[in-house]
Design a protein around this ligand. Sequence first.
Ligand SMILES: Cc1cc2nc3c(=O)[nH]c(=O)nc-3n(C[C@H](O)[C@H](O)[C@H](O)COP(=O)(O)O)c2cc1C
Length: 175
Amino acid sequence: MSGQVVEEATLRRLFEAARWSPSSANQQPWRFAYAQARTPAFDRFFDLLVEGNRPWCARAGALLALATRNITSRGEPARTAQFDAGAAWMALALQGSRLGLVVHAMAGFDHDRARVALDLPDDLDLCCMIAVGHPGSLDDLPERFRPRELPSARSPQAAFTAEGSFSSFRTPPAL
Ligand SMILES: Cc1cc2nc3c(=O)[nH]c(=O)nc-3n(C[C@H](O)[C@H](O)[C@H](O)COP(=O)(O)O)c2cc1C
């Protein structure tokens, strides 16, 4: 990423995409906290990242944290909240990609410290943090990160689809 700030209006376009995501009973359990680059809040978000995420996030234009409300409006456990938030994240990521931005989710942050630093209410659970930025030059990345800037592979469909039941996914007992 280039280090250029992602403007509030651009963030609003990303959140608008997330807003239209489907969710169970239309509960819309996703909650985003965000910090634009070059603000005190950004430093607070950045400080939560694990070492491995810091070098490439230093030039992010904004950092986001995504949490879900873990109870429904009826006070019941929100069983699909993480699934719904996953849909919202994907919509946001696709919108960002369409706008030519880098959008990258991260589970690599200190979840316990984040609860305090981000003042998370008890009925919210953190899912991930998200780096958003304008594309930068490969030269700005520390050398060890450069090989990762290539398309990733995926397992073939046979590894995750089966007709009729899930039995073929049963893990063989350890010998
Ligand atoms: C929930 C989630 C958490 C992730 N956490 C990290 C992370 O902490 N650090 C990182 O470098 N990449 C992280 N990633 C990126 C994945 O490693 C990456 O999406 C995956 O390896 C596939 O690569 P691709 O997105 O380039 O196709 C995360 C992705 C998701 C969806």
